[in-house]
Design a protein around this ligand. Structure first.
Ligand SMILES: Cc1cc2nc3c(=O)[nH]c(=O)nc-3n(C[C@H](O)[C@H](O)[C@H](O)COP(=O)(O)O)c2cc1C
Length: 260
């Protein structure tokens, strides 16, 4: 039975981690979400349109000026209930924070209705992740109400070992489910949505336990998370060596965000 009657705009940029995003897309579709994908030109060097079309049953958007896509960047922001960029490159994060709109993803971001959840899941080499430009951009985006997901630590494709790995698909899926729950769009655990936007202090042991569960058990994981209330994965605290430099305009729940 479908549990999430939500329209998800899933955007991929040029990272080797694109393959992991496919698991998340597949899971969302299986759970009842209508998922449309947008790719940067460079994302197509890591993943094929056919894969995304096969998973979502929708054509992939990339070119703002393509006939079919004219004004779609506006239509999609109206259609979507939630947007995510996964994986989000250093390039797109820095571009968004600078207010640039020179491709489909960045133009759509500028047309974003701030009342709707917008998530970014960074994926990059540890030095790119630690770079002052990237860190400042993450802070700016958070200040605008974007939910910046943390990253994992460990082996990186370039051979480095450190922060900047894309979170595991299950963790990203859970973050999306939590955001949908806050909007009241998930049909499971909808009670108590009000106020759920406030993150609770993270509990490392609970987090490790949750992280240990497999993606194949995603359905059950989502249900458990929904039953146990909002999940703060704590990934951000874990992986930002210094807190994200959030502007003084940072707000703490979506009601305040909308007012701000
Ligand atoms: C093999 C390979 C892997 C890459 N992986 C990443 C990555 O994980 N994160 C990142 O920020 N950039 C990565 N890059 C660099 C980006 O693809 C590059 O900055 C590109 O301009 C990003 O464009 P986009 O943000 O429009 O997709 C990688 C490049 C190559 C060749």
């Amino acid at each position: 039975m479908s549990k999430y009657k939500a329209n998800v705009l899933f955007q991929l940029t040029g990272s080797i981690a694109c393959y992991k995003a496919c698991n998340v897309i597949s899971k969302l579709v299986q759970e009842g979400c209508d998922v449309k994908t947008v790719v940067s030109e460079n994302a197509l060097k890591f993943i094929g349109k056919s894969t995304l079309e096969g998973l979502t049953h929708h054509a992939v958007y990339m070119d703002t000026f393509e006939d079919r896509s004219a004004l779609e960047h506006i239509a999609l922001t109206k259609w979507m209930d939630l947007a995510i960029i996964c994986p989000a490159t250093a390039n797109i994060l820095n571009k968004l924070a600078a207010g640039i709109g020179d491709d489909f993803i960045s133009t759509t971001f500028l047309a974003w209705d701030l009342k709707k959840p917008y998530l970014v899941a960074p994926a990059m080499n540890q030095n790119m992740y630690a770079h002052p430009a990237t860190r400042r951009s993450l802070g700016v985006l958070e200040g605008w109400g974007v939910k910046v997901l943390g990253t994992g630590r460990g082996y990186q494709a370039c051979g480095d070992n450190g922060s900047g790995r894309l979170l595991e698909p299950e963790e990203i899926y859970i973050e999306i489910v939590n955001s949908l729950r806050r909007t009241g769009l998930s049909t499971v655990g909808a009670a108590g949505v009000e106020g759920a936007g406030l993150a609770k202090p993270s509990d490392d042991r609970a987090l490790r336990k949750r992280r240990g569960r497999r993606m194949s058990d995603g359905h059950g994981v989502a249900e458990r998370v929904l039953r146990s209330g909002p999940l703060d994965t704590g990934s951000q605290e874990k992986d930002f060596a210094n807190p994200v430099p959030v502007s003084s305009a940072r707000v703490h729940n979506r009601k305040e965000e909308i007012k701000a």
